[in-house]
Design a protein around this ligand. Structure first.
Ligand SMILES: [Zn+2]
Length: 146
């Protein structure tokens, strides 16, 4: 009975305005830091020209460096997108609710990863499924530890 009365005042999304504002600030801070980093990476690119590396080996490593930078950029871009989506969820009030099971995501998890869309249980399940699919998809995979 007591458990029920504690729920009085709890909204559908399960999070009060103060907390939403807190997470919004957290997300905005992360977004700004990422955008700053991305800008720095873009400005740093193209400074080294391949003409400076006549040796083919150096040239190859320069190319892979560039690929690395592009991958980082891609990863950042995805993260930026995730943060923006999380900010949208703050706006529409679904922030902090697991998109898979509809239960509230723990605050500890939200603090560490405010852009997460799933509770730890659903995420773990998801990752296990992904890992299994990856293992099944690899024909010449080394023996995995039992
Ligand atoms: Zn869930």
């Amino acid at each position: 009975m007591n458990a029920r009365s504690e729920r009085v005042g709890e909204k559908k999304a399960g999070m009060n305005q103060e907390k939403l504002i807190y997470y919004k600030g957290l997300l905005e801070g992360k977004l700004r830091a990422l955008l700053d980093e991305a800008e720095k990476a873009v400005n740093g690119m193209g400074r080294e020209r391949s003409e400076d590396f006549p040796d083919p080996t150096d040239r190859a490593s320069l190319e892979s460096d560039r690929n690395f930078q592009l991958r980082i950029k891609d990863r950042e871009r995805k993260l930026i997108q995730k943060i923006k989506e999380a900010l949208d969820r703050v706006e529409d009030g679904t922030f902090g609710t697991c998109e898979a099971c509809g239960k509230p995501i723990s605050e500890k998890r939200l603090m560490a990863r405010p852009m997460t869309t799933q509770c730890i249980d659903c995420k773990t399940e998801d990752e296990q499924k992904e890992r299994l699919e990856k293992l099944r998809g690899t024909k010449d995979a080394p023996k995995f530890p039992s």
